[in-house]
Write a protein that binds this ligand. Structure first.
Ligand code: SF4
Length: 203
């Protein structure tokens, strides 16, 4: 079922659902398993919300009482990078709430240019899906439309983000990675000065 769920609550965070577009088709994507997350209505958008609609939707929450605003939803938020940045500016103009982006880290491939610097001053945290310790496994899991080179581009983007964003965390999903693979991922992050979080699979 499609709707226009633009913002929704997860714990004490306000989540923003900008788009359903994504260059990946991950085997574990929540989009394969249902319509909503954490009790929200359908996150399948009947159309993409305008900047104005996103700001009005955010106005319904007292952001100063929330832990963070998270760009997430059913899709890759950097597909709408310009809108994301404008929304972040709007949030900054009215609240000191932390702003996080959950991303697959493929923004530079989507936009065909380095994009991490655009987050400077507007985004406090970026959470990037590492997914695997090598490009072949990554490609098998994500089925990225950009192909086998996606993995290296994602890692480059992550290292770029460290220069412009205070907190950068790489994530892998526990149930789709073995202990050995988790260890390899940990080493890859350490070598690059990145933090790793092994997160539970959310249905
Ligand atoms: S990158 Fe995220 S939204 Fe896109 S297919 Fe993978 S899990 Fe789903």
């Amino acid at each position: 079922m499609k709707a226009l769920t633009i913002t929704y609550l997860v714990k004490n965070g306000v989540y923003v659902n900008l788009t359903n577009r994504c260059p990946c088709s991950c085997v574990f994507c929540l989009r394969q398993n249902g319509d909503g997350v954490a009790g929200s209505d359908s996150l399948w958008l009947e159309r993409e919300p305008t900047l104005e609609e996103v700001c009005r939707s955010l106005d319904q929450w007292n952001l100063d009482e929330r832990d963070e605003v998270v760009f997430c939803g059913y899709g890759e938020p950097t597909e709408r990078l310009d809108v994301l940045l404008d929304v972040a500016r709007y949030i900054r103009s009215k609240s000191g709430v932390k702003i996080r982006v959950n991303t697959n880290g493929l923004a530079d491939l989507i936009w065909k240019e380095p994009t991490a610097r655009k987050l400077e001053g507007l985004v406090d945290a970026v959470s990037i899906s590492l997914n695997a310790s090598d490009k072949e496994t990554y490609f098998k899991l994500t089925r990225s439309k950009f192909g086998i080179e996606s993995y290296d581009a994602m890692l480059r983007y992550a290292q770029d983000c460290v220069k412009y964003v205070p907190s950068v965390v790489m994530t892998i999903v526990d149930v789709v990675t073995s202990k050995e693979e988790q260890e390899r991922c940990r080493r890859i992050c350490e070598e690059r000065g990145l933090k790793l979080r092994i997160r539970p699979y959310e249905k």
